[in-house]
Design a protein around this ligand. Structure first.
Ligand SMILES: [Zn+2]
Length: 431
């Protein structure tokens, strides 16, 4: 059914008036002019110090040495000295008192400034100094940690490969326990960091560090916990079914009685983040034989160019650190995958230790999801302060979605990883 359109509904007229008054305010309001001047300075300083800080941190995670740690610590302090400067905090707070007279873009930037400031508020310089030092120390301990199995060094990739392949429960347990050695080494400084982080967050009125983290989502601690509880409640029926099926399947695999809870070393992933290798037909390792690590990351880029995005900048390929440290090389680097927006513009880099296997294939697709978001933010209309995800979990959600997409049969066929005939037969037989 159609109603004949009226020239303007009341709501449309209000919208027009609102748009008119906003643009008029943007052009004339002294408070908006003051915010614009302040934000152009804040964006320039934020960008410059972020670049220096990230460059120093990048060096420290890709080549762990006392010199690089020291440079990273100094850069971290310089960034905090600007981001947490009391004058910046005061001006942002003062301007936000006049929120209703400011554009939404200005309000968002001012809120982001205060979130950044809360990470290192120079209203308490001694506390911030201690935090930056403890963070640098923690990163260095983690990045240079050497796992040892039976007194012999073992890399993180080797740990993952053994957990993926071994069916010997004694060996699995020894390897899994090896993967937890870093916890004991990290604990003393982490306890110190907990108190420093909580102290820093309280400076700008957050209840604790967790409260500062949830503020980045625009939520309170209670709201965040309620949301998590709700997720768990909704997923519980599905989780119980999957858990039951998995424990029977694993008991059969290891010739053990069915346990009440699944022992952690029975799962292939050292954090039990994923339960892989349970279905024979879903095992993809064999299809990666003969592939190279370079092929893995190039294929991941093609996923995005195939969607119509432009290729990654040339500097991505010259400045990233994508492959494991070669045998015999003494260099120590962080073994977790990550993606970096060094200068908040075109300098996008990724840190990985890619090997030609399914796990790194999916991870490479995930990481480039971050990279393509960084590329998308790097436009003149997006202020440097806002070149970040809608919330800290947003990128991860999208990255995981793309990682999942990269594991689907039609995509794997299109890349020549799965032979086409096999999945067609599967589809016919499943009908
Ligand atoms: Zn991620």
């Amino acid at each position: 059914m159609h109603f004949s359109p009226r020239p303007h509904t009341l709501a449309q007229i209000f919208l027009l008036l609102a748009a008119f008054s906003t643009s008029a305010a943007a052009a004339t309001s002294p408070i908006q002019e003051r915010a614009d001047r302040f934000l152009s300075l804040a964006n320039a300083g934020y960008r410059a110090l972020t670049t220096v800080n990230q460059e120093a941190q990048w060096r420290a995670v890709t080549d762990v040495t006392p010199e690089h740690d020291a440079a990273s610590e100094t850069a971290g302090k310089a960034a905090a000295a600007f981001n947490g400067n009391p004058a910046i905090i005061k001006e942002a707070q003062d301007l936000l008192i006049h929120k209703s007279e400011l554009t939404e873009l200005a309000v968002r930037q001012l809120n982001q400034l205060l979130l950044n400031a809360a990470e290192g508020p120079m209203t308490n310089p001694d506390l911030v100094r201690q935090r930056v030092e403890a963070e640098t120390k923690q990163a260095s301990l983690l990045n240079s940690f050497e796992f040892k199995l039976n007194d012999k060094p073992i890399t993180a990739n080797e740990i993952d490969n053994r957990l993926e392949q071994s069916t010997d429960l004694n060996e699995r347990r020894a390897v899994w326990e090896t993967s937890k050695q870093s916890g004991a080494a990290l604990k003393p400084n982490l306890v110190k960091l907990r108190d420093l982080r909580n102290g820093v967050a309280k400076e700008l009125g957050h209840p604790d560090y967790f409260g500062l983290e949830t503020a980045a989502y625009g939520m309170t601690t209670d709201q965040m916990l309620a949301m998590q509880e709700n997720f768990k409640r909704e997923l519980r029926p599905l989780y119980l079914q999957l858990h039951t099926w998995t424990k029977y399947k694993l008991a059969e695999k290891y010739h053990q009685p069915v346990p009440k809870k699944i022992p952690a070393h029975w799962i292939n992933n050292r954090w039990s983040q994923e339960w892989t290798g349970l279905v024979e037909a879903a095992k993809l390792d064999q299809y990666f034989a003969g592939r190279t690590s370079e092929w893995v990351i190039k294929t991941a880029e093609q996923f995005y160019t195939g969607l119509g995005f432009s290729p990654l900048p040339a500097s991505f390929w010259s400045k990233s650190d994508l492959y494991p440290v070669s045998a015999g090389d003494k260099r120590k680097k962080n073994t977790h995958a990550s993606c970096w927006h060094i200068d908040l513009q075109d300098d996008i880099r990724s840190l990985q230790s890619i090997e030609p296997n399914p796990q790194w294939f999916f991870t490479a697709h995930h990481e480039l999801g971050h990279g393509y978001y960084f590329k998308a933010y790097s436009r003149p209309e997006v202020p440097f302060l806002l070149r970040t995800g809608a919330a800290p979990g947003f990128h991860e959600g999208i990255g995981e979605l793309i990682s999942l997409a990269s594991s689907q049969v039609p995509y794997l066929e299109s890349r020549g990883i799965l032979p086409r005939f096999q999945s067609r037969c599967d589809r016919v037989s499943s009908r």
